[in-house]
Ligand binder design. Structure first.
Ligand code: RP5
Length: 160
């Protein structure tokens, strides 16, 4: 297991799915757990003490402290994924996650940017895994080709 994907509530799962999809696409072994910084602090700490993951993705909404609490307990990289809750359009989650005190950083992706959270985890692992690096290069190339195709289609349309 390389990546631990933690979420504060099962209501975050819909957002987190993009992260799980990316990790699956790149063949990265991961596990997903519901563990809350506020509602299950003891269980979270016990999990972190034993977890062998190299990278953490932490998804939470509202007063989103999950990523920060994980970062307080480990020197491994923590990627924060702000979940858009029912109020404030996710700005509350984003600010809760991103404004960490000096000395305890998290990497924070955009609100609901779950595929980016997965990709960033893959990029971190790729630093010591040549096959993942190659897969990422291929992904970037395919992505660029997709944009180039769209540009060509637009140019054709504008000519008409
Ligand atoms: C946060 O509170 C969770 O991460 C979730 O985004 C939000 C709401 O949780 P539920 O009331 O849906 O369980 O801790």
């Amino acid at each position: 297991m390389k990546v631990a994907v933690l979420m504060g509530s099962d209501s975050d799962l819909e957002t987190v799915q993009g992260t799980l999809d990316v990790l699956k696409e790149f063949g990265v072994p991961c596990e997903a757990r519901v563990l809350s910084a506020h509602r299950t602090p003891r269980e979270l700490r016990a999990y972190l003490e034993k977890c062998p993951a190299q990278v953490f993705v932490a998804a939470a909404g509202g007063a989103a402290h999950l990523a920060g609490v994980i970062a307080a307990e480990t020197i491994r990289p923590v990627i924060a994924l702000p979940v858009q809750g029912k109020s404030l359009n996710g700005l509350d989650s984003l600010l809760s996650m991103v404004q960490m005190p000096p000395g305890v950083p998290v990497a924070c992706v955009g609100v609901g940017a779950s595929r980016n959270a997965g990709l960033l985890a893959v990029q971190i692992l790729a630093l010591s895994d040549p096959s993942l690096s190659a897969a990422l290069e291929k992904f970037k190339q395919a992505q660029a080709e997709g944009v180039i195709r769209k540009d060509s289609a637009l140019q054709q349309k504008l000519k008409k």
